[in-house]
Design a protein around this ligand. Structure first.
Ligand SMILES: Cc1cc2nc3c(=O)[nH]c(=O)nc-3n(C[C@H](O)[C@H](O)[C@H](O)COP(=O)(O)OP(=O)(O)OC[C@H]3O[C@@H](n4cnc5c(N)ncnc54)[C@H](O)[C@@H]3O)c2cc1C
Length: 434
């Protein structure tokens, strides 16, 4: 393995963004990637079970396009991006029947009121109130509404991928995704690789880093293909991988950093995709979102995105504790759960409408990720910035989605965090201080 200025651990969006920034400034960079592919949690596949159409196992939307540097980069490169606002219609079922327009309006009103109340609670806690409770604890303080269970399930278990009783309210508030959502037609994983492909000689695939010696003056990264010596390292692996000790550090990480990692556990969001076996589209418009009104908070929940981009499959999303339980039980359990939920909505028509094969994502059980993205525990929202603080004046710096304070859990957050880490590390490398 060749020596370099900056060794980057992980070729996900953060690692690729850091490499792009550094190589443009003439730095010699090596990216060590455990898998035989780049992109990390931005991964487009063309599964046979879905007729070989593009399917994003991880990220698929460019959220908050107005402040998303990856959306801007694509637009500058002439990429066509689909604004999902036109198709983002909501369909809800109540006790096996379609919700009326008035009921949907009541749902929207409940969502707006709940969000406004939680934002106010987070920004201005009362003198007797815990400053940063869990999302669930803050919701407990509000008068109940029949839609609260669904809104909690979507905001906490799907969007934040976290159990609402463990998710910091302050972090939920700081990372709310507003504005336009854009879809790259050929998949977000493919889009990322197209825009951020590193120079071929900078990327070492199938090269997991097992140990990082950062005792100085530079760093030494142990891999099964040899040791890489560099002036500095940027580590972009998930907090799940860090917490599991899959990379050892010598010397051990300072207590503040170890605490930050422990305060940022991985949430889980899983997808189950099922392909139509006939022309029946269940009277659902392409791109719409389908949910069932829950009877109680905490009930297992799956929302469906029907026929995305007009394609002939639906994608079920399940998050939080239910997703972890299904991941432990195996792919078939998640598939069965999705089919059972569709049957609750559409009766026997659902069983006739879908092919027997399914695609089930496996972020929870995959040892290179160990979850979907990180969420901070109550009162621990500052852990994101602690994790992003360079050690030994930049000799060892962490980056990735978990490090971003307002775009965490997104490719935009990963991209910005990678670029910021590169900028901080480069100061030291260019000045030969690390
Ligand atoms: C199901 C799901 C849906 C999502 N939906 C969206 C969405 O619609 N929009 C959005 O913006 N974001 C979404 N996200 C989040 C987004 O995918 C992530 O925030 C982002 O891709 C994380 O990038 P990263 O570079 O921080 O980490 P990663 O992508 O995890 O990159 C880290 C890299 O490190 C590698 N690695 C691990 N261990 C080692 C080791 N020991 N040595 C070397 N390499 C190692 C991994 O293989 C990986 O390639 C979703 C994620 C999931 C899982």
């Amino acid at each position: 393995m060749r020596d370099c200025d900056v060794a980057i651990v992980g070729a996900g969006v953060a690692g690729l963004a850091a490499a792009r920034w550094l190589t443009r400034r003439g730095a010699r960079v090596v990216i060590c990637e455990a898998l035989a592919r780049a992109g990390g949690r931005a991964f487009t596949d063309h599964p046979a079970a879905l007729g070989r159409t593009p399917f994003d196992h991880g990220a698929s939307w460019l959220h908050s396009a107005e402040r998303n540097p990856l959306a801007r980069l694509g637009q500058c490169h002439g990429e066509s991006l689909l604004d999902t606002a036109r198709t983002r219609r909501r369909v809800a079922f109540i006790d096996g029947r379609l919700a009326t327009e008035a009921e949907l309006a009541a749902r929207d009103a409940a969502e707006a009121a709940l969000e406004a109340a939680l934002i106010a609670r987070s920004d201005h806690p009362g003198p007797e109130q815990t400053p940063d409770p869990s999302f669930a604890a803050a919701l407990d303080e509000l008068p109940p509404d029949p839609w609260h269970a669904n809104i909690e399930a979507i905001e906490a278990t799907l969007i934040a991928a976290a159990d609402p009783t463990r998710l910091s309210l302050a972090d939920w508030r700081a990372n709310r995704l507003e504005g336009t959502n854009l879809l790259p037609p050929e998949g977000l994983g493919a889009y990322v690789l197209h825009l951020l492909a590193p120079p071929a000689d900078a990327l070492a695939l199938a090269t997991p880093v097992t140990r990082i010696d950062w005792s100085g003056p530079g760093v030494a990264l142990a891999t099964p293909r040899g040791t890489i010596h560099a002036k500095a390292a940027i580590v972009t692996v998930s907090t799940g991988v860090l917490a599991a000790g899959r990379i050892t550090f010598a010397p051990a990480l300072p207590e503040t950093m170890a605490t930050a990692i422990a305060s940022l556990p991985m949430g889980l969001l899983s997808k189950v995709a099922l392909r139509a076996s006939s022309a029946d589209r269940l009277d659902l418009r392409p791109g719409c979102f389908v949910e069932r009104r829950l009877d109680a908070r905490g009930e297992p929940f799956m929302a469906f995105n029907a026929w995305p981009r007009g394609r002939d499959h639906v994608i079920g999303f399940v998050g939080g504790e239910t997703a972890w339980e299904l991941a432990r039980a195996g792919e078939k359990a998640a598939e069965d759960f999705a089919r059972a939920e569709l049957t609750r909505l559409f009766g026997t028509r659902a069983a006739r409408s879908f092919a027997p094969e399914a695609v089930v994502t496996s972020w929870g059980s995959d040892p290179t990720f160990l979850g979907a993205y990180a969420y901070p525990l109550p009162a621990a929202a500052a852990a994101r910035l602690t994790l992003a603080t360079p050690l030994a004046t930049g000799r060892l710096t962490f980056a990735g989605e978990a490090c971003h304070p307002t775009l965490a859990g997104t490719v935009a957050g990963a991209f910005t965090s990678g670029r910021t880490a590169a900028r901080m590390v480069w100061r030291g490398v260019a000045g030969e201080k690390v």
